[in-house]
Write a protein that binds this ligand. Structure first.
Ligand code: AMP
Ligand code: ZN
Length: 664
């Protein structure tokens, strides 16, 4: 088989496995086998850029970065839906319809998926673009991000129309949402509020590789186009399924409004059996001919109606308000409730957010409170049942000192939260900081877990992360559940962390507001901890994406004598506190401000090396040519369409050698 056919056949095979896995939920090979094939395809595509295809399964991993999302006018306006909240509303709607159309009316009942609406345009079976609803007339183009969503087919199958739009909802299934939050909580980041906001926020992330990491899905519900040869809504759903889209099987064709009411009632009860959230049901007149007769109001189709479920509420007793202290010293009040069944789960705790929230609702221990689970996974208290307030009830007095170390709490101006300022003596802060330091995304220390850290602190063996590097096997062996082997592993793991690159060390230090991305930016800009330590606020805020809040936090961190000593000690142990010399030696600003596209095969360097050279020298690698492209570096066998496009936009086309001279 020649290379081109080999690539095509791998692509087709991977598409099929993707479909089996994500759409049919019925994989026929293991994840491992899938990965092997994907890697094989990646290698072939890398070696043969002339066969590049933007819709290849390899494109799902993301990587391209979008700075600004273009505005695109929809070919077909994206209307909103009229809402109803009761049976009567639905019966009224039926009456209005019956007056306007002839003949019997069938309805397609669908679930109302709670996410972000998305319009996908396909041409010749390939995904052309993905655009958000926006104001209904125009939205933002987010194709690069949407491509990473596995349930969005990049290549259709079967007998699809030449060009059409298809609409759906981008959702985040509950399980995936909870997993993402677990990780955030472990990192002491504010958990995401609900799956819907997280899904819609994901679409506007600049880094598509970040989007690829999120377990988003796209559920489809409507096809738009000219001459599609489809005559009912339900038929449209079936066809979409045949072409490879994910269309939930809960959609149902019914013959009367009574059956619609049954459907509504059923799903109001069973909504929590679904793997994703719905906020109601959408009923649509099935015949597209009748839909045409009914038409649209200024804002919504007359042929469809949403039925919104009520947010579920229960009342229960608030037994106690407790307070948690986080790694950064932030205090979070928690309502401990009499366990109660709500929205499919047993609820024992609710978030109280902060002191203001408690005061605003006048929440007190012993109160009967109303708890609601709206779009949020973590339930919240929405009101107090004052008729049931006990006689001797007293207003809640928010704690003034830390529940863990008794230090007086402070509340920084403009912040809603209280903090315990006992940075080096408050146990959850001390332990939390070290736990963060060793965590997977930070120093990733093998052989050392969170519980052991707590134990080491408790036993007085360590009190900050620099102490880790002085631990000996002999000190560790006597600890609970430690043996010689595990003690050795622990010490070796700590030793190995000295190789972790500077940017991750910076993240590991646990400076408030300095997450992974910010740490990368700062490391790249300042190149060493010494430079960063001495940077004044004004200089910090001049760095791309670094705001005042972060800058102040950085300055505060390094102004502490204690932190300075810890940093000096880390330095003396050999922890990476600057970008390594060989990395640095190759870094310049020579290509600053330039956006460069690379295409073809090269002689002296590989394509990846070329891209790295661009980035190391301050330039930006871009995957497609636009008027903003500074250069196209052309190798052997460059795709002809890239050349034509560059020529038409007057973008300079340079050779590998010319590029390398730029760097001299
Ligand atoms: P609203 O935002 O309340 O006007 O409701 C309209 C939105 O509901 C649409 O823009 C879609 O994003 C969403 N939606 C969710 N499920 C469906 C469905 N099955 N059919 C149509 N729209 C749906
Ligand atoms: Zn404390």
């Amino acid at each position: 088989m020649d290379i081109k056919s080999k690539i095509e056949s791998l692509r087709n095979e991977l598409r099929l496995h993707n479909y089996n896995y994500y759409i049919l939920d019925n994989p026929t090979i293991t994840d491992y086998e899938f990965d092997i094939k994907l890697k094989e395809l990646q290698a072939l595509e890398e070696a043969h850029p002339e066969f590049f295809d933007a819709n290849s399964p390899t494109q799902r991993v993301g990587g391209a970065v979008t700075k600004n999302f273009n505005t695109v006018v929809h070919d077909f306006r994206m209307y909103s839906l009229d809402n109803s909240y009761s049976k009567e509303d639905l019966l009224d709607w039926e009456k209005r319809i019956k007056k306007m159309v002839d003949g019997d009316v069938q309805y397609t009942c669908e679930l109302k998926y709670d996410g972000a609406s998305m319009n996908l345009t396909y041409e010749n079976g390939k995904l052309l673009r993905a655009v958000t609803r926006g104001d209904g007339v125009q939205g933002d183009e987010v194709t690069t991000n949407v491509k990473t969503i596995n349930t969005v087919p990049l290549q259709l199958k079967g007998d699809y129309p030449e060009r059409f739009d298809i609409r759906g909802e981008i959702i985040l299934p509950i399980e995936g949402f909870l997993k993402m939050n677990e990780e955030r909580i472990a990192n002491e980041e504010e958990p995401y509020r609900n799956p819907r906001n997280t899904a819609s926020g994901s679409l506007k992330l600049q880094d598509s590789a970040e989007v690829a990491k999120r377990p988003l899905e796209c559920l489809l519900y409507s096809i738009k186009g000219n001459n599609l040869n489809i005559s009912t809504q339900f038929e449209g759903l079936q066809k979409a399924r045949e072409w490879g889209f994910k269309v939930p099987k809960e959609a149902k064709l019914v013959n009367s409004i009574d059956e619609v009411l049954e459907y509504v009632e059923y799903w109001d009860k069973h909504r929590h059996d679904l793997p994703y959230e719905i906020d109601g049901v959408v009923v649509k007149v099935n015949s597209l001919y009748q839909q045409d007769e009914l038409g649209y109001t200024a804002k919504a189709p007359r042929w469809a109606m949403a039925y919104k479920f009520k947010a579920e509420q229960v009342s229960t007793r608030l037994n106690e308000i407790t307070y948690q202290v986080g790694r950064t010293g932030a205090i979070t009040p928690v309502a401990n409730l009499e366990p109660v069944q709500l929205a499919g789960t047993i609820v024992k705790r609710a978030s109280l957010h902060n002191a203001d929230q408690i005061e605003k609702l006048d929440i007190r221990e012993g109160d009967e409170v109303f708890v609601e689970k709206g779009g949020e996974i973590i339930p919240k208290i929405i009101a107090v049942d004052l008729t049931k307030r006990p006689e001797n009830s007293q207003p809640t007095e928010y704690i003034t000192s830390c529940p863990e170390c008794e230090t007086e709490l402070i509340r920084p101006e403009g912040e809603a939260k209280h903090y315990c300022p006992n940075y080096s003596g408050c146990p959850p802060q001390v332990v939390g900081r070290i736990q963060h330091y060793i965590s997977r995304k930070a120093m990733d220390i093998e052989g050392l877990g969170g519980e052991t850290v707590a134990l080491l602190v408790k036993e007085g063996l360590i009190s900050n992360y620099a102490d880790l590097y002085e631990l000996t096997v002999e000190q560790v062996i006597p600890l609970e559940r430690m043996a010689e082997k595990s003690a050795e592993n622990l010490v070796n793991g700590i030793e190995a962390s000295k190789q972790i690159p500077f940017e991750r060390v910076l993240f590991a230090l646990g400076i408030r507001y300095v997450g992974e991305t910010v740490a990368k930016k700062l490391a790249k800009h300042y190149k060493s901890i010494d430079a960063l330590m001495h940077a004044p606020i004004l200089d910090l805020v001049s760095v791309d994406e670094i705001g005042e809040r972060i800058a102040e936090s950085v300055v505060e961190f390094f102004s502490s004598e204690e932190n300075k000593i810890i940093i000096e000690r880390l330095k003396s142990f050999g922890v990476q506190l600057e970008i390594s010399a060989d990395k640095l030696a190759n870094q310049t600003d020579k290509l600053k401000g330039l956006s460069i596209v690379v295409s073809g095969v090269f002689e002296t360097v590989s394509r990846n090396e070329l891209k790295k050279l661009i980035e190391d020298n301050g330039g930006k690698v871009s995957s497609s040519i636009s008027s903003k492209t500074s250069y196209l570096v052309a190798g052997d066998k460059m795709g002809p369409s890239k050349r034509t496009k560059a020529e038409s936009l007057n973008i300079p086309i340079i050779s590998e050698q010319e590029f390398l001279t730029l760097l001299k």
